[in-house]
Write a protein that binds this ligand. Structure first.
Ligand code: NAD
Ligand code: TDX
Length: 323
């Protein structure tokens, strides 16, 4: 059995591959373009069951070759940062929409038996109260989430039209080691470890549900191995916090005070709250997050403390981009 995993030089895909390689299982081929968000340091490249291919999911010829050798595809590759989609959306459409369609076409022609598409809770848009189940209306509001919703619909269309066994997951905000230091938790932690200020958007009242990346990866694996074709599964974390509450916990974990917080202009079109109802994954697949948020956060902060060599070059590159 060979599993083609796209985008696995990034945060979540690399955690998924490391998880699969920890026990007996399939051979894995990673397809990743190595954009600013991808790093070979995230993968155990010398593992005998792992092959790494650098390339773009929009490269139809390469995709045809890899899908013809793959039994399953798990598709993580995406442009993933909301703020970048606000300053420029074209890469989001090219990778998330056109790239996903290229991969679906390759999977169909190559005879792939199962295609897991990794989506996000953001496709439901902001949910002021209650939680979105899988039947909830898709009302994405940022260019990022609109591009993810488009790719979800394309994935489901390949199931309905062509009978391709597509399964879609929609998860909440992931946290954990190896997350690129532009997302709020690693950005704030690394700024605090460096003695810098942290930029809290608006009043800090926006709410996110936090999911440990390893819990997410277990959920994805349950969907790949036990899910049903054509189905969507929400994967939640069970810890909803306002950004202000999260910032308080991060300050505490890093031994810093509120004077290190700078209130900055709010994100344009900032969604107030996401919340997914993940009872379907619990009831059908036995999914349940195992990580307690406080200890998961403490371990994550420790990881960033111990791995400056991983994140310092990434932050330098982002600073150069903005210079
Ligand atoms: P990430 O930005 O850390 O990694 C993305 C990876 O995709 C990188 O390695 C990058 O090099 C690769 N990539 C980008 N464009 C590519 C292309 N055209 N061809 C091949 N590879 C390409 O992202 P992440 O946080 O690990 O997110 C993984 C997936 O999970 C994404 O689909 C994202 O939308 C989804 N998701 C993420 C979160 C989160 O909290 N991070 C939450 C919900 C859903
Ligand atoms: O500097 C910041 N200050 C701040 O207050 C940043 C970067 C973020 N924030 C706020 C905005 C959000 O309300 O923190 C919250 C989390 O922001 P991000 O880490 O950028 O994540 P979010 O926008 O919620 O999107 C994430 O979860 C869903 C991932 O980046 C997406 O890929 C995923 O689909």
């Amino acid at each position: 059995m060979n599993v083609l995993v796209t985008g696995a030089a990034g945060f979540i895909g690399s955690a998924y591959v490391r998880m699969l390689l920890r026990s007996d299982g399939p051979t894995i081929t990673v397809l990743d373009k190595l954009t600013y968000a991808g790093s070979l340091d995230n993968l155990p490249l010398d593992h005998p069951r792992l092959e790494f291919v650098q390339g773009d999911i929009r490269d139809a010829e390469l995709v045809a070759k890899l899908t013809s050798q793959a039994d399953h595809v798990v598709h993580f590759a995406a442009e993933s940062h909301v703020d970048r989609s606000i300053s420029g959306a074209s890469d989001f459409v090219l990778t998330n929409v056109v790239g996903t369609q290229t991969l679906l076409e390759g999977a169909l022609r190559g005879g792939v038996s199962t295609f897991v598409h990794i989506s996000t809770d953001e496709v439901y848009g902001s949910v002021d109260s209650g939680s979105s189940d899988e039947e909830y209306l898709l009302r994405p509001s940022s260019p990022y989430s609109a591009s993810k919703a488009s790719s979800d619909l394309l994935a489901l269309a390949y199931h309905h039209t062509h009978g391709l066994d597509v399964r879609v997951t929609r998860c909440s905000n992931n946290y954990g080691p190896h997350q690129f230091p532009e997302k709020v938790i690693p950005l704030f932690v690394t700024n605090l470890l460096d003695g810098h200020q942290v930029p809290l958007y608006g009043e800090g009242l926006n709410v996110r549900d936090w999911l440990h990346v390893d819990d997410h990866c277990r959920g994805v694996e349950l969907v790949r191995t036990q899910g049903r074709p054509g189905e969507v599964y929400n994967i939640g974390g069970g810890t909803e916090l306002s950004n202000k509450e999260l910032t308080g916990l991060l300050l505490e974990a890093c031994g810093a005070d509120w004077d290190r917080v700078t209130h900055v202009a709010d994100r344009k079109g900032h969604d107030l709250r996401y919340s997914v109802d993940w009872s379907k994954a619990r009831e059908e697949l036995g999914y349940r997050p195992r990580h307690d948020f406080r200890s998961g956060l403490a371990e994550t902060v420790d990881w960033y403390r111990a791995h400056r060599a991983w994140w310092e070059p990434l932050k330098r590159r982002v600073a150069e981009e903005h210079a």
